[in-house]
Design a protein around this ligand. Structure first.
Ligand code: NI
Length: 248
C-alpha cells in the first residue's frame, strides 16, 4: 500500500488498525560507470513497495534526496545539506504524526545518510521532550539499512566476497538491474583504485576515486542476483518491521 495511491479516507481507515509506516530513503548521486544515479532510492523503494503490498503496511513517498556532498563533483548528483535533510525529516514525520502516525520505519539505501538521519531523530525526540501532552510524546523512529540486514549481507558476501566494496556495489547495482531490466548499463571498468582514506569533500572524492566507485566491482552485478537479494531483503524487512512494532 503506497500512500500516494490512497485517498485521505483510506489513510484514516488504516490509522484505525495501525500507526506504523515504512519510509524509503535514499539519495540521487553518481554510482560509477554502470550504476544508475537513482540506485540508492530504487533499492529501498522496490523492497518497501513489496513489503507494503504483501503485508498491508503503508509505505510513504520515497525521500529521494539525501546527503550526497561527496559525490557533487560528478554530474547528475543532487545533495541536501545535513541541516536541510534534518528539516525535511522533521516536517515529514511532523505532518504524518499530526494525524495519528506514531511508528516511523525508515528503510535506507545510502550510508551517507546515517549520521544525519540519526541527528534528525534526536531533534524529533528533543522536540517532543518539551511537550507536556503525553499523546504527542510517543513518536518513535527507526533506521534500517537494507544492505546491512544479516541475511542480505550474507548473500552479498556469498556472491561477491571482497568485490562488494563500498560504493556502486554489485549488490545494489543488481537490485536496480532486476527492478529496471531496460536500463542495464554496460561499461569498460578499469582497475579499482586502492583505498587509502575516506575523502573529505567532493573534489577530494573524485581525486581519490576517479570513476566514482569505492572498491566495488559493479561488473559482477546480474539481474538474477538482484531478484535473490530483493527476495531475502523483503523477508528480513517484514521480520524487522514486525519486531520494531512489537518492541516500541
Ligand atoms: Ni549506493
Amino acid at each position: 500500500m503506497q500512500l500516494h495511491l490512497l485517498t485521505w479516507m483510506e489513510v484514516e481507515d488504516y490509522l484505525k488498525t495501525s500507526q506504523g509506516i515504512i519510509v524509503p530513503i535514499g539519495s540521487t548521486e553518481q554510482h560509477g560507470p554502470m550504476g544508475l544515479i537513482g540506485t540508492d532510492c530504487i533499492c529501498p523503494g522496490v523492497i518497501a513497495e513489496r513489503v507494503g503490498r504483501e503485508e498491508g503496511v503503508l509505505v510513504g513517498p520515497t525521500i529521494s534526496l539525501g546527503m550526497a556532498q561527496h559525490h557533487l563533483a560528478f554530474p547528475g548528483t543532487i545533495s541536501l545539506r545535513p541541516s536541510t535533510l534534518i528539516a525535511l525529516l522533521k516536517d515529514y514525520v511532523g505532518s504524518l504524526s499530526r494525524n495519528g502516525f506514531r511508528r516511523f520505519y525508515f528503510l535506507n539505501g545510502h550510508g551517507g545518510n546515517i549520521a544525519t538521519v540519526q541527528s534528525a531523530f534526536a531533534e524529533i525526540y528533543a522536540g517532543q521532550s518539551f511537550l507536556a501532552n503525553p499523546e504527542s510524546r510517543d513518536i518513535r523512529c527507526k533506521l534500517t539499512n537494507w544492505y546491512d540486514l544479516p541475511e542480505v549481507a550474507e548473500l552479498a558476501r556469498e556472491l561477491y566476497a571482497d568485490k562488494e566494496g563500498h560504493h556502486a556495489t554489485p549488490s545494489e547495482v543488481s537490485v536496480t538491474q532486476f527492478a529496471y531490466p531496460d536500463h542495464i548499463k554496460q561499461a569498460e571498468l578499469g582497475e579499482l583504485t586502492p583505498y587509502h582514506r575516506f575523502p573529505t569533500d567532493a573534489v577530494d572524492f573524485r581525486n581519490c576515486f576517479p570513476d566514482g566507485r569505492m572498491q566495488s566491482d559493479s561488473s559482477l552485478a546480474r539481474p538474477e542476483h538482484g531478484e535473490r537479494l530483493v527476495e531475502r531483503c523483503v523477508t528480513a524487512v517484514k521480520r524487522d518491521y514486525a519486531d520494531y512494532l512489537k518492541a516500541s
